[in-house]
Design a protein around this ligand. Structure first.
Ligand code: URA
Length: 213
């Protein structure tokens, strides 16, 4: 597994404002949206393209277009929905699937309650949106689902990551395994606390985006 930490002053600036407990939901949503678009630029760096030639007003220009089949973007419910617009801004042609997982707060084990993914992902680049890579349990499950359906690549786009989650995914999806896996994140924080929250993190991403339910 490859891990890419986006090292950019705009990313750091927006992330700091996101972390601030005084940042209210409307601003939090806007910052998350902008941050995802910056991360999406890095996350799509390895996308496959095919050569084409277009006619400019002055002559022929060789260029590229994104290869088919179109990529699949998969927000993980609920918090991943807050990342969808920011990703779709760079990949408007992508299909969108949805996965819902719930984490048992005692055991921290993730189980699926919604699976709206194509059954065949052969040859497709896939992008999973989940703001918090904490224990890695959710992403391990989702990446396993995508890999099992034949995805060509899986890139997880996360606002924040914990070292524990990175280590777990690296062990589950080693280089040379069934599918190449990348994690793109704005930062890797210190650790998880005993409730599975990232420290210092930003709290519960779903609650901060959409309110407590
Ligand atoms: N999920 C969150 O929303 N926040 C964390 O810190 C960990 C998991």
């Amino acid at each position: 597994m490859q891990t890419l930490v986006a090292n950019h002053p705009l990313v750091a600036h927006k992330l700091t404002a996101l972390r601030d407990a005084a940042t209210e939901a409307p601003t939090f949503r806007r910052l998350a949206d902008e941050l995802v678009t910056l991360l999406a630029y890095e996350a799509t760096r390895e996308m496959r393209v095919q050569p084409i030639t277009v006619q400019t007003p002055v002559g022929a220009a060789r260029g590229v277009k994104l290869a088919r089949p179109v990529p699949l973007v998969v927000p993980v419910l609920r918090a991943g929905i807050g990342m969808l617009d920011g990703m779709a801004r760079l990949l408007p042609m992508a299909d969108v699937g949805f996965v819902g997982l719930v984490r048992d707060e005692e055991s921290l084990i993730a189980s699926a309650y919604a699976d709206r993914l194509p059954t065949d992902l052969t040859g497709r680049d896939t992008f999973v949106l989940d703001p918090m890579l904490a224990t890695g349990g959710t992403l391990e499950t989702v990446i396993g689902m995508l890999s099992g359906r034949g995805a060509a690549t899986v890139t997880a786009v996360c606002l924040l990551a914990a070292p524990e989650g990175i280590d777990r995914l690296a062990a589950a999806f080693p280089d040379g395994g069934a599918v190449p896996v990348r994690v793109v994140t704005a930062t890797i924080d210190e650790r998880l606390n005993d409730r599975g929250y990232i420290v210092p993190g930003l709290g519960d991403a779903g609650d901060r985006l959409f309110g407590k339910i």
